[in-house]
Design a protein around this ligand. Structure first.
Ligand code: NAD
Length: 283
C-alpha cells in the first residue's frame, strides 16, 4: 500500500481563511481585533522560528500580536509579573509562553499564573481538568490540531484502536484524552513500555509524539494504519523530519502526515482558533 499524505498545510489554510472572515465580521463595527501576547525568554533558535510563524499567522488572520522577548537570564519572578500584568490587560485575549523556557523558570508556575480564560495553549490545570471531563474549554493546540486533521480526512475514531506514543502534558496525554472522548480505544506507550512496537502494530490510528527521530519504523506500523507524526527534528541536511521513518509509513500506512506540512501548521492554526475563541468568550 502507498499511503496518501494528509496535507496539514492545506487544512490549516482553510481554517485560517474561515477565521479571517470571522474576525472581519467581529471587528466590522469598530471593535478592536483579538490580540495574542507571546512571551519568549532567551534566544533558542527553534523558538525564535516558531514565534515568527505565530506572528505571521496572526497577521494573516487579522489578529494583533505582541511579542515580549526577554533575555535568557530573566528571573522567574519577572516572567510571572509580566503574566500578571497581561492577565489584567483588557486589550490582551491570549497569553502564550513559548516553551521550553530556560531551566531556572518553572513551567508549572508559569502556566498556573495565566488566567485560564487567556490560556490559549490550554495547559492550565483548569483547562486540562475540563478536557479530562470532556467539557468545553481552550484545548491544547497540537492535540486539537491532530483531531482536526482526522476530522478533515473524515475519519470516524469511534471503535478504532488508537495507540499514542508519548505521555507529555503538552501532547501525548491530551491526545489520549481527545481520542478517548472521540470513542477510540486508546493505549499509550512511553519510554518505559516493553515491546512498544508490538503494541503500536495493533493500532488503526498511530500517533507518534515521542520526540525521538525516526523511532517508528515498519515494525511499528500495521498495514493500512493512519499514522500521525507529531515529532519535529532536523536531519543532517537541516531539513525537518519527524518521529516516523517516512519511507516505512509511506509503504505501509493508508494515511500519513508529512513533516513538515502535517501537524505543525495545524498547531498554529489551532492557536489562532483559540485566540479568537478567548476573545469571543470575553464578550
Ligand atoms: P516530551 O519529551 O515532553 O515527551 C515525549 C514522550 O515520549 C514522553 O512521554 C516519553 O515517555 C515518550 N517517549 C520517549 N522516548 C520513547 C520511546 N523510545 N518509546 C516510547 N515512548 C517514548 O515531548 P513533547 O513535548 O510531547 O513533544 C514530542 C515531540 O513532538 C517532539 O519532537 C516535539 O518537538 C514535537 N512537537 C511538535 C509540535 C508540532 O506542532 N508539530 C508541537 C509540540 C511538540
Amino acid at each position: 500500500m502507498t499511503a496518501r499524505l494528509i496535507d496539514g498545510t492545506a487544512a490549516a489554510k482553510k481554517i485560517r481563511a474561515g477565521l479571517k472572515e470571522k474576525v472581519a465580521a467581529l471587528t466590522a463595527s469598530g471593535r478592536r481585533a483579538p490580540c495574542l501576547a507571546v512571551i519568549l525568554v532567551g534566544d533558542d533558535p527553534a523558538s525564535l522560528v516558531y514565534v515568527r510563524h505565530k506572528e505571521k499567522s496572526c497577521d494573516d488572520v487579522g489578529l494583533t500580536s505582541k511579542t515580549f522577548h526577554l533575555r535568557a537570564a530573566t528571573p522567574e519572578s519577572e516572567v510571572l509579573a509580566l503574566i500578571t500584568k497581561l492577565n489584567q490587560d483588557p486589550e490582551i485575549d491570549g497569553i502564550l509562553p513559548q516553551l521550553p523556557m530556560p531551566g531556572h523558570i518553572d513551567r508549572v508556575k508559569v502556566v498556573s499564573e495565566i488566567n485560564p480564560a487567556k490560556d490559549v495553549d490550554g495547559l492550565s490545570f483548569y483547562n486540562q481538568g475540563r478536557l479530562a471531563w470532556n467539557l468545553p474549554a481552550l484545548r491544547p493546540c497540537t492535540p486539537a490540531g491532530v483531531m482536526e486533521l482526522l476530522k478533515h480526512e473524515g475519519i470516524d475514531c469511534s471503535g478504532k484502536k488508537a495507540v499514542v506514543i508519548g505521555r507529555s502534558v503538552l501532547v501525548g496525554l491530551p491526545v489520549q484524552l481527545l481520542l478517548t472522548h472521540a470513542n477510540a480505544t486508546v493505549t499509550c506507550v512511553h519510554s518505559k513500555t516493553k515491546n512498544p512496537e508490538q503494541i503500536a502494530k495493533d493500532a488503526d490510528i498511530l500517533v507518534a509524539a515521542a520526540g525521538s527521530k525516526h523511532l517508528v519504523t515498519k515494525e511499528w506500523i500495521k498495514p493500512g494504519a493512519i499514522v500521525i507524526d507529531v515529532g519535529i527534528h532536523k536531519n543532517d541536511d537541516g531539513k525537518l523530519t519527524g518521529d516516523v521513518r517516512p519511507d516505512d509509513a509511506l509503504s505501509l500506512a493508508s494515511l500519513f502526515t508529512p513533516v513538515p506540512g502535517g501537524v505543525g501548521p495545524m498547531t498554529i492554526a489551532m492557536l489562532m482558533v483559540n485566540c479568537v475563541q478567548a476573545y469571543e468568550n470575553r464578550g
